[in-house]
Write a protein of this length. Structure first.
Length: 282
């Protein structure tokens, strides 16, 4: 930029820093101004270099290496698509990729994101996505509709991020794989098979059916274990009550038996020892 002269003063302006006057140089730095005549050129240069480095965003990633281990780090790229390509070139399978702003917003909603999405809600989402695709709605539009109509805030945010990743060129299965706490690995594999075999709509229906059957099986297991667990807890409570409150009532009777030379059975001795231990240390 050519200097502009005004009277006896030389005025150079560039970006957020400028120098005016014969012997006065000012440069904005972190919301303030530096006016040191000798050090300021270096400060301005450092500031401009800092601004320049901020142009290229930095992405935080979690990826799976060929060895099967997960790796985490940061990568600098001009966009999400370029960052994914760079990770792929390193033989890394991206599991999660967030830029600085996304990482900050994610930290604000950590507690909300830990809320579990109900399997039946997730199954309905896959069913709706399959129905939209079968009716000729493009994938991006379908994901946008699902994000807007999602009943749970967390599911809406997840679908929105899947939409953004697909819009950046990521395959649907890879976008789903970025959220392993939401989409099971088998569901991601079924979507990948549907994409490669050109039967995505059917694959999505199968994913929904799988999620519903898995939820039903989980409910059956929980129901089958609930009654025995209640019996076990109740039995333990009754045993502790007898040992702590009832057995000590017979302590005098047991002492008289020992004084008369009548030995106590081993089971009784163990029961008395347990009662004494719980009364002293329990």
């Amino acid at each position: 930029m050519e200097p502009r002269r005004s009277g006896n003063h030389l005025d150079r302006r560039s970006g957020s820093g400028h120098q005016t006057g014969r012997g006065s140089i000012t440069c904005k730095w972190n919301g303030g101004r530096a006016t040191d005549h000798s050090l300021l050129p270096n400060v301005c240069l450092s500031y401009l270099l800092t601004v320049a480095t901020r142009v290229v965003p930095e992405f935080a990633y979690t990826a799976r290496a060929a060895s099967g281990k997960n790796e985490a780090g940061t990568i600098t790229a001009s966009g999400r698509k370029e960052a994914l390509r760079a990770l792929t070139d390193r033989a890394l399978f991206p599991l999660q990729l967030t830029d600085g702003e996304s990482q900050v917003s994610a930290s604000r909603f950590t507690l909300k994101w830990r809320q579990r999405i109900k399997p039946e809600v997730l199954a309905d989402t896959f069913t709706q996505l399959s129905d939209l695709l079968e009716n000729g709605v493009p994938l991006l539009d379908s994901l946008q509709i699902l994000a807007q109509q999602a009943a749970e805030p967390r599911l809406a945010e997840v679908v929105k991020q899947v939409h953004d990743q697909v819009a950046d060129g990521t395959n649907l299965d890879a976008a789903l794989a970025h959220f392993p706490d939401v989409f099971p690995g088998l569901a991601v594999s079924m979507v990948r098979a549907g994409l490669e075999g050109a039967f995505l709509e059917e694959a999505l229906q199968r994913v929904a059916s799988f999620l519903r059957k898995q939820d039903a099986l989980r409910a059956q297991v929980v129901g089958a274990l609930t009654y025995p667990l209640i019996l076990a807890v109740g039995g333990l409570g009754v045993t502790l009550f007898l040992v702590v409150f009832i057995v000590p009532m017979f302590q005098g009777f047991f002492d008289r038996l020992e004084r008369t030379g009548t030995g106590l059975p081993l089971v009784t001795l163990l029961l008395l020892g347990l009662s004494h231990f719980l009364l002293r240390y329990g």
